[in-house]
Design a binder for this molecule. Structure first.
Ligand SMILES: NC(=O)C1=CN([C@@H]2O[C@H](COP(=O)(O)OP(=O)(O)OC[C@H]3O[C@@H](n4cnc5c(N)ncnc54)[C@H](O)[C@@H]3O)[C@@H](O)[C@H]2O)C=CC1
Ligand SMILES: O=C(O)C(=O)COP(=O)(O)O
Length: 406
């Protein structure tokens, strides 16, 4: 299919850089919408597009993906990919790409700033001053120097935060389910309980997984030091909000900064509802951890590049749900891509089809995971689209989809 016929749909106000990159690469049919779409709108819209770009609000469920008959690949213009049914996408032969680092620094900076704000009791003071009050007092206000920050989830964001926090004199402890190299003077905790008992501030930086769903409940909150503060800029379902409200009301937790919520408004026009709304010692932000101009610009380019590379070249390097194949540019001849269920015999069937047609294979790449196999074959011949090879390849048992670069 010529590039100008490939339809790209970008939702959730993805940065201009993405549109610019697609257009510069010859993709002229790019539609960008400001908001997310609900399931029915999305199903109607996605049925006609070849690439879709989303952020954290768009839910690409198995049901929605079933309607995406032409969809070739998905771009998550963010870090988290929990809003996408990755397995369903894979089984439909659709790789998903994201931007694993581009907003890391933005989240870490926001959290560090909030640690300082919480330490100085700024949420209450800001609230009071806006209402005509004058809380000029040092009560409960402390420096962060020498205080302990406990980081749960010591990945890209957690480690970046660790470095920043140490730079301003904080002690850092961290807990992760995977053994991680301690940066600077940070010290790992063997258990989350130990981290909670030791930390003045606890910040969550885990991904959304079945294990992290509701991982932070009344039990974990009770294990925090009296008067400690909680920060969550990971995912909204990690913390049980009702339990947090009780811990804040009792004073056991003295303050919190929450950027992500179990239920978030679908658009900037919708009302935000939460029992935390009226609590003056809580910083509430509308899921903007990664929302900086720098991060959004970088993400726009990074993910558009990955989608274009897959479309132009077949490369799945960086896909989060798919066997990764890094490919050289196809200089001459034709390239076939074959995505199939991972059952024995598919590669030899592909080669049989090509050898029956006396095609000279110049390169062959295969990667599989438990479910899916991805084969890319370069042949010397310039294949005409009408030759029927595609039909023969599609007849191979287990085929999910095929694609040709001619
Ligand atoms: N608020 C916002 O706007 C943003 C939120 N995020 C969220 O932050 C999350 C983390 O991002 P990154 O640091 O880039 O991810 P990452 O994958 O680099 O790090 C996550 C770390 O959490 C650890 N982990 C997983 N399950 C755990 C558990 N049960 N207990 C303790 N540790 C566990 C992992 O081993 C890993 O080291 C993302 O998955 C996303 O949901 C990311 C960017 C922006
Ligand atoms: O990168 C992430 O995982 C985020 O949570 C940021 O989401 P957003 O792109 O701001 O909707």
């Amino acid at each position: 299919m010529p590039k100008d016929k490939i339809k790209v749909l970008l939702l959730e106000n993805i940065h201009d850089n993405a549109v610019g990159y697609f257009e510069a690469q010859g993709y002229r049919s790019v539609e960008r919408l400001k908001g997310a779409l609900d399931a029915d709108e999305l199903k109607a819209k996605i049925a006609d597009v070849h690439m879709v770009g989303i952020r954290s609000r768009t839910k690409l469920t198995a049901d929605v993906l079933q309607a995406a008959n032409k969809l070739m690949c998905i771009g998550a213009f963010c870090i988290g990919t929990n809003q996408i049914d990755l397995t369903a996408a894979k089984k439909l032969g659709i790789p998903v790409f994201n931007a694993p680092y581009s907003n890391t620094r933005s989240v870490a900076e926001l959290v560090l700033g909030e640690v300082i704000m919480l330490a100085r009791r700024i949420p209450e003071k800001n609230w009071s001053t806006h209402n005509g009050g004058w809380l000029k007092t040092a009560d409960g206000a402390v420096e962060v120097r020498g205080k302990t920050l406990g980081i749960i989830g010591y990945g890209h964001i957690g480690t970046q935060l660790s470095i920043l926090a140490e730079a301003i004199g904080m002690k850092v402890r961290y807990y992760d389910i995977v053994e991680k190299l301690a940066l600077g003077n940070a010290r790992s905790c063997p258990t989350m309980e130990e981290l909670l008992a030791d930390s003045d501030f606890v910040s969550l930086h885990v991904p959304s997984t079945p294990k992290t769903k509701n991982m932070f409940t009344a039990t974990e909150m009770a294990q925090m030091k009296p008067g400690a503060m909680l920060l969550n800029a990971s995912r909204g379902n990690v913390v049980v909000i009702e339990d947090l409200v009780k811990a804040l009301e009792s004073g056991h937790i003295a303050g919190a900064a929450i950027d992500v919520f179990p239920s978030e408004p679908a658009s900037t026009r919708d009302m935000f509802e939460s029992p935390l709304r009226n609590m003056p010692n809580v910083i509430l932000t509308p899921h903007i951890g990664g929302s900086t101009l720098e991060a959004q610009a970088n993400i726009g380019t990074e993910v558009a590049e990955k989608l274009v590379k897959y479309s132009d070249n077949g490369s799945t390097l960086g896909a989060v749900n798919f066997p990764e194949v890094q490919l050289p540019l196809q200089e001459t001849g034709s390239r076939f891509m074959h995505i199939h269920n991972n059952v024995p015999g598919v590669l030899s069937s592909i080669n049989e089809v090509l050898s029956r047609r006396s095609m000279n294979i110049t390169g062959q790449y295969l990667r599989t995971d438990g479910d899916v196999g991805y084969v890319v074959v370069d042949v010397q011949e310039q294949v005409e689209a009408g030759l029927g090879i595609r039909h023969e390849l599609e007849q191979i048992p287990g085929t999910i989809r095929t694609r040709f670069l001619l």
